[in-house]
Design a binder for this molecule. Structure first.
Ligand SMILES: Nc1ncnc2c1ncn2[C@@H]1O[C@H](COP(=O)(O)OP(=O)(O)OP(=O)(O)O)[C@@H](O)[C@H]1O
Length: 296
């Protein structure tokens, strides 16, 4: 079921077009990633989708609601790149302040979120005195107090250690399962897109590719096999010349269509191989293949 639709969404700052006629179709319960380099237009898109700024043109619909509708705001939660919490208030005061903005909040749910994100023990500590990882867990809890259908996370993992990242995703995945929570995230952590149901690759304000991770990998990322061999010429007889990326006296680098082809080839060439390394194509390869440059 389609939850959020954006049609021909465009944003300009003066003469600069930050977002250029993008179309999005996000289904309920999905985890959707916006992947793109710095300045691609991800945050500008999120700002329009969350009703913080008005698009110059185009339309947005969340189950028929427009971002200017009060009900729209009640259905979403937002975690910004820079925190918007009050550093002089305690964690609990910040959460309760937020909760007051909604008519009906489930206090039991807030308590369970605080347990799940492991912030109950710091509830009476001032937000300004928390570590980066603690702050981020509070930021996300705050964005969830109204039990939103749709959560926006603008670069949620920036500056976090692996333990905090894992904790956050453990809780969010639980909420996806139990509450059917839909999540839209922007990220520079390419591996974070691996768990996404759908990825929009954005560059220069445009969607340059959009698909499932599996399909993007199939289309743009190839597996790379590096082998050390006793006889390069003999090995070349056993492979398709189109696979060759590089050759030197004792080593070949091969781009293979899939892992089964690699296994079949390795079995045939086994007596000639002295060492090997197999690297699966990843989101980095996809990004470089699409934009022709490393992520900025
Ligand atoms: N308020 C603003 N005034 C002028 N230009 C802006 C403004 N906000 C964003 N831009 C420009 O719009 C473009 C898109 O910026 P945006 O912040 O959306 O990119 P991003 O993909 O979120 O980047 P990052 O990953 O670095 O956060 C950039 O060229 C940026 O300089």
């Amino acid at each position: 079921m389609e939850l959020l639709t954006a049609t021909n969404l465009t944003q300009r700052y003066g003469s600069k077009i930050a977002v250029n006629h993008i179309n999005l179709s996000i289904h309920a319960g999905q985890l959707v990633a916006f992947l793109g380099p710095n300045g691609a237009g991800k945050s500008t898109t999120i700002k329009m989708l969350t009703g913080i700024t008005q698009p110059k043109s185009g339309s947005i619909s969340l189950s028929g609601l427009h971002p200017t509708d009060a009900k729209y705001r009640h259905q979403i939660g937002v975690v910004f790149q820079d925190s918007v919490l009050d550093s002089e208030l305690t964690v609990r005061q910040n959460l309760m302040w937020r909760a007051k903005m909604y008519k009906h909040v489930d206090q039991q749910f807030i308590a369970s979120l605080m347990q799940a994100f492991d912030i109950a023990a710091i509830a009476n500590q001032k937000y300004g005195s928390l570590s980066g990882g603690q702050r981020r867990r509070v930021d996300i809890t705050r964005a969830l107090v109204n039990k939103p259908n749709l959560l926006f996370l603008d670069e949620p993992s920036t500056g976090l250690d692996i333990q905090t990242r894992n904790k956050i995703w453990e809780v969010l995945n639980q909420l996806r399962k139990e509450q059917h929570l839909t999540i839209i995230l922007t990220t520079h952590y390419l591996e974070e897109t691996n768990f996404a149901d759908y990825v929009y690759v954005i560059d220069h304000g445009e969607i340059i590719a959009s698909d499932t991770v599996t399909n993007l990998k199939r289309e743009y990322a190839s597996d790379l096999l590096t082998i050390d061999v006793t006889d390069v010429d003999a090995v070349k007889q056993l492979l398709d010349a189109n696979w060759i990326v590089s050759v030197d006296a004792k080593q070949l680098q091969l781009k293979l269509p899939d892992v089964n082809t690699a296994i079949e080839f390795l079995a045939k060439a086994r007596p000639l191989i002295t060492a090997m390394e197999y690297k699966r194509g990843d989101m980095n390869d996809i990004f470089v293949a699409l934009t022709g440059k490393k992520i900025r």
